[in-house]
Design a protein around this ligand. Structure first.
Ligand SMILES: C[S@@+](CC[C@H](N)C(=O)[O-])C[C@H]1O[C@@H](n2cnc3c(N)ncnc32)[C@H](O)[C@@H]1O
Length: 366
């Protein structure tokens, strides 16, 4: 490589580093703006407003809001209008608000600005320690992150599960069977939102939620009782120890696992457990990240660096606990298929999921 090329490459990388520092800082400040609802408040203000006016509308401190607006203007999120009176005025363009406010619904990317700051707060020191020791990091470190991700997942389940996801399974056959009355299990059900949506929609079927997080299961039982759902039970059970000898073996027509396999310490054992729990001919829907198993296949992923960071800070370390496998979130389609096959699933169909570009549906028949 010539000296001119080397200099050019160095210059381009220096520009990238400047972007990294600026965007990293901007992400943190946007996360604060999202949590304080400053974006939502600015979205309701029709004219450019002063920092004091914005602070007053948001019931926040004007000095903090003014400093935050500095970040937003330099980051190109908010537009600065110098006022005739020498006072700065600020406006959040509606085109930006469409993507970062709570009203944006499924298009809301603003909500994700909280993810990296939350993970940093939960586990920065423990992950640093993991680089030295190779040890995992327990779920206990992540209550706030779990709660945050749970809320996002629940919102998605409410929007797509019954309306679009289930009708796509086995060309609508699963929905027809659920209407008639079958046994359904959700593995890694957490607080049971997906399972309760199904139990409400299909009262003739019976639903069982399995998880190892007792606190989440307690919340699930309370919520199911509040809704007076009698066709649902929740069991505290480690998926990795389920096998043909289990009381539940061969008792389910349909099993789901939403984002609940790659974090497990023994994912293959859990998948073997799913296989054991299904009746012959039963269906397993595994919804997990849309990625390739080779790093080179993910290089062009528009959010590759973000997703690998979430995995580094959470999915991989929780999967390494007690000498676990530590698959990481980006384990990818090929690895998923090989584990499913090793667990006994020979017939697997991989499908995109409408309205969910982040995940794939591995639809498996026993
Ligand atoms: C990322 S959460 C997904 C929760 C839920 N399925 C959803 O759609 O939001 C993964 C869940 O798997 C559970 N889990 C992890 N390891 C497990 C195991 N060995 N057996 C059963 N559940 C497990 C966790 O407690 C957690 O609730």
């Amino acid at each position: 490589m010539s000296a001119a090329n080397t200099a050019q490459q160095k210059e381009a990388f220096a520009r990238k580093l400047t972007d990294v520092l600026n965007y990293g800082a901007l992400n943190l400040a946007m996360g604060l703006g999202y949590r304080t609802r400053l974006f939502d408040v600015m979205d309701t203000m029709e004219k450019p407003a002063s920092a004091e006016e914005i602070a007053e509308h948001a019931a926040l401190d004007a000095r903090y809001v003014k400093e935050w607006l500095g970040v937003m203007v330099c980051g190109g999120v908010v537009i600065l209008y110098p006022g005739d009176d020498g006072e700065d005025r600020f406006r959040l363009p509606p085109e930006h608000a469409d993507l970062i406010t709570r009203r944006a619904g499924i298009a809301n990317l603003g909500v994700y600005t909280q993810e990296i700051p939350l993970l940093t707060r939960c586990a920065m020191d423990e992950v640093l320690e993991g680089f030295r020791t190779g040890q995992g990091v327990g779920y206990d470190n992540y209550p706030r992150f779990q709660q945050f991700m749970g809320q996002l997942a629940d919102a998605k389940h409410r929007e797509v599960l019954v309306e679009t996801f289930l009708p796509s399974v086995d060309n609508g056959a699963i929905v027809r069977q659920m209407e008639t009355g079958i046994r359904v299990c959700d593995l890694g059900c957490a607080e049971g939102v997906a399972l309760m949506l199904m139990a409400e929609a299909f009262p003739r079927s019976t639903f069982v939620g399995i998880d190892i997080a007792e606190e989440a299961l307690y919340q699930a039982r309370v919520a199911a009782a509040d809704k007076a759902l009698t066709n649902i039970t929740f069991i505290n059970q480690d998926a990795a120890v389920l096998d043909e000898t289990s009381d539940l073996a061969g008792t389910f027509d349909y099993i789901t696992a939403f984002d609940a396999i790659h974090d497990q310490t023994q994912p293959l054992a859990a998948l073997r457990g799913v296989h054991a729990l299904l009746k012959p001919g039963g269906i397993f829907s595994m919804v997990d990240i849309a990625a390739g198993s080779r790093l080179a296949d993910n290089r062009e992923h528009p959010m590759g660096a973000f997703l690998y960071t979430v995995s580094l800070m959470h999915c991989m370390p929780v999967g390494l606990v007690d000498g676990g496998t530590g698959l990481g979130m980006m384990w990818g389609r090929e690895k998923a298929l090989s584990l499913l096959q090793a667990a006994g699933f020979d017939a697997v169909e991989v499908r995109d999921i409408p309205q969910d570009a982040f995940n794939l549906h591995f639809c498996c028949r026993k």
